[in-house]
Design a protein. Structure first.
Length: 278
């Protein structure tokens, strides 16, 4: 829904988008392009959380000579920015394939435009591997990383507004005297952080989605700035808030599960290490 609302044509609102997708593509339409993200989400999440936590520990060691010390706000912010920067390297190709597969059956309506020899409304790619290979052959590495600039502008501040609120809310919710937050505190803090992060990241998420969807039939945008200017000139400021409701709503359960899995996994591994090396 997020991709259709941000880069598609003819969807008035979220409900209209849901009904249109279901009417035209049935339930399968809501799961297009999901195989590639599902196959890579474990690697992506482990890299992002690993980079964040290790950078945080390194900064604590450099500044306070104690890697186990609770990090200060500046350390959390810097570790978040590093995690956001690294995430773009893995996330951009995955998002590109997902968006191309989701948008390839959307009709492109524009007068006096010579399209590629493909009929809009019919699939261009047979699946994620075919999509990745086709883009790589026709557009090279630059094609695979199309939209990386917009994703960088989304994820670097986006991860700051992901990890900082989580750290703050986790500390605020956790009762005094507890060494570590309980699962309910982690779940709630992670959900709130996810809703804040995805909600505020929506403007650049719109630009990223449009850049990556661009190229199925023709290349409309020359780059990030050109996409921002064209989108604003054609549709006004409101275009940059398309899909904000979907982003915020999905951000809560997704981030709750992510942080809960991360924290519980860390606790389990630390417990195993303690039992093995008393």
């Amino acid at each position: 829904l997020q991709t259709r609302l941000q880069a598609g044509q003819g969807y008035g609102n979220t409900l209209n988008c849901v009904l249109t997708v279901y009417r035209n593509e049935s339930v399968a339409g809501f799961f297009k392009g999901m195989s590639f993200p599902l196959a890579s989400i474990a690697v992506y999440s482990s890299v992002v959380f690993g980079v964040f936590s290790n950078t945080q520990r390194l900064l604590s060691q450099l500044h306070h000579r104690d890697s186990a010390r609770a990090p200060v706000l500046a350390d959390v912010a810097l570790a978040s920015m590093v995690a956001g920067f690294v995430s773009v390297g893995i996330g951009t190709p995955v998002d590109l394939v997902k968006i191309r597969l989701q948008m390839q059956t959307q009709p492109y309506i524009k007068a006096n435009v010579k399209l590629k020899p493909t009929v809009p409304g019919f699939p261009v790619y047979r699946g994620p591997i075919h999509c990745f290979r086709t883009v790589l052959q026709k557009e090279g590495i630059a094609g695979i990383y199309r939209g990386a600039g917009a994703m960088l502008l989304r994820d670097v501040p986006g991860y700051c507004l992901y990890f900082i609120p989580y750290t703050f809310f986790c500390g605020w919710i956790t009762p005094d005297g507890c060494i570590s937050p309980n699962p309910s505190s982690i779940w709630l803090a992670g959900g709130v952080a996810g809703a804040i992060s995805w909600g505020t990241a929506t403007p650049m998420d719109v630009v990223k989605s449009r850049l990556q969807a661009d190229g199925v039939y023709l290349n409309k945008y020359k780059g990030t700035l050109d996409c921002i200017l064209q989108s604003y000139q054609n549709e006004g400021l409101k275009v940059f808030f398309r899909g904000i409701t979907v982003n915020a709503v999905r951000g809560f359960p997704m981030s709750s599960a992510m942080f809960l899995g991360y924290e519980l996994s860390l606790k389990a591994m630390k417990r195993d290490q303690t039992e093995t090396n008393p």
